[in-house]
Design a protein around this ligand. Structure first.
Ligand SMILES: *Cc1c(COP(=O)(O)O)cnc(C)c1O
Length: 420
């Protein structure tokens, strides 16, 4: 089993999974993908505990890995996947709730798997790494939480002053120990620029990133689709259509990989917000990445989806892409209407991202067997959700325990030298 960059057409530079994970981005600027997707092993069933299930799905992806043994992979899965992943039944669909981790969003799966894998590799090599992360929201919190107290690793979180919500800021600054937070006098773009400058400064070494293009975040995002589809088939005897609220399309790439290795998934459909790059491409055949538009499903505000290169690699022609991928855009007013409808009809509260998925289901898959992917807990977006449903949304225990912790951070100028 080996991995190559999406831009390495002759497959010359071959890495094992652990090497690709430590590298993040390939040196040619491409993204690492499996050279060939393995087949789902037959000894997998949904009665296994989730960490064991994940281990068995991932094992072929780490076959002959130079740096990680089977036992290592088992330890990593045990450490990373220690929270529930319910498939909830509503009247006309099932909802895969991916928000029961420590920061109440699906990014916990990828960030935790990446952190535990990096820790394992670095301890063996007796090396240290510092993760730099610029964030305007969800990612920073998930990464900070996942890397907190991991050996041989430290994190510097950068966020723009005055531009993150109060609850979000608390999730970025409540850590300490090996996780330091910096409030930057500047914009999110300034934060990103600082990280990039630090990476190319020859006097600094041992720096890495944890962003959503890392293979270590993608692989665990495949596992829950295998799990949910098998569970659905076991319960209802039919293959589901899975609808994924998408931004950088990392989450849905996991779903396409799950389907390719043999999971019982009828189809994967994407739901995006007012950022219409993907639906327009599917409509016209012209791929036209652009700047993002702001919406109330802000974790999906992406105009140039970074994992699209992996989908282009998976589906080689426009025709093949169209026969596998469908995508619809849902604008803010429709998101609001959906949150309200679902609450009125079912007493169930969806976050704005999840509501994008539900809108696509209602409009395009109303009579099909479906799973909607719920990417975050609605309490993370209370300022949007609560006025619509006219009541407060209770915070999950994991999140409220973060709210009680002491906030520590340094305020700095938009100059990366102040980080070191
Ligand atoms: C990151 C995120 C998304 C988008 O996921 P991609 O992998 O970027 O497509 C959707 N919803 C929430 C809540 C997120 O945090």
């Amino acid at each position: 089993m080996y991995y190559v960059s999406t831009r390495d057409k002759e497959k010359k530079n071959r890495l094992c999974a652990s090497e690709a994970i430590l590298q993040g981005l390939a040196p040619d600027g491409g993204l690492y993908v499996p050279s060939k997707l393995p087949e789902l092993s037959k000894d997998i069933n949904v009665d296994l505990p989730y960490d064991e299930f994940a281990y068995r799905v991932l094992l072929p992806f780490f076959e002959d890995d130079k740096n990680l043994s089977k036992e290592d992979l088992r330890d990593i899965c045990r450490g990373a996947f220690n929270f529930p992943i319910p498939l909830k039944k509503l009247s006309n669909t099932s909802v895969l709730e991916l928000f029961h981790g420590p920061t109440a969003a699906f990014k916990d799966f990828g960030a935790r798997f990446l952190a535990f894998t990096m820790e394992k590799l670095l301890v063996k090599k007796n090396e240290k790494l510092c993760i730099l992360v610029a964030t305007s929201g969800d990612t920073g919190g998930a990464v900070a939480s996942a890397f907190f107290k991991r050996q041989n690793l430290s994190v510097k979180v950068l966020f723009p002053k005055g531009r993150v919500a109060a609850r979000q800021k608390q999730q970025l600054t409540c850590w300490g120990e090996n996780v330091e937070s910096y409030e930057v006098r500047g914009s999110f773009d300034d934060c990103q620029r600082m990280v990039k400058s630090a990476f190319v400064d020859p006097s600094l070494s041992g720096l890495s990133s944890a962003n959503s293009i890392n293979l270590g975040r993608l692989l665990p995002q495949m596992v829950y689709y295998v799990y949910a589809s098998m569970q659905y088939v076991k319960e209802y005897g039919k293959e589901p259509v899975i609808i994924v609220p998408s931004g950088n399309v990392g989450n849905c790439t996991g779903a396409y990989w799950a389907r390719k290795i043999g999971s019982p998934i009828k189809r994967v459909a994407l739901s995006v917000n007012a950022n219409t790059t993907i639906p327009e491409y599917l409509e016209s055949g012209k791929y036209n990445p652009r700047d993002a538009i702001k919406t109330i499903a802000n974790a999906m505000d992406v105009g140039a989806p970074s994992n699209m290169e992996r989908l282009f690699d998976l589906f080689r022609s426009y025709e093949e892409m169209c026969s596998n991928v469908s995508a619809w855009s849902v604008v803010d007013d429709e998101i609001k209407r959906t949150i309200k409808e679902v609450y009125d009809e079912e007493g169930y509260v969806m976050c704005p991202h999840t509501a994008c998925g539900e809108r696509v289901r209602r409009d395009h898959f109303a009579n099909e067997d479906t799973i909607i992917v719920s990417t975050a807990h609605p309490a993370k977006f209370e300022t949007v959700v609560e006025p619509l449903i006219g009541t407060t949304v209770e915070m999950p225990a994991a999140l409220s325990s973060l709210m009680d912790k002491k906030s520590i951070y340094k305020e700095i100028d938009a100059d990366y030298h102040q980080l070191f």
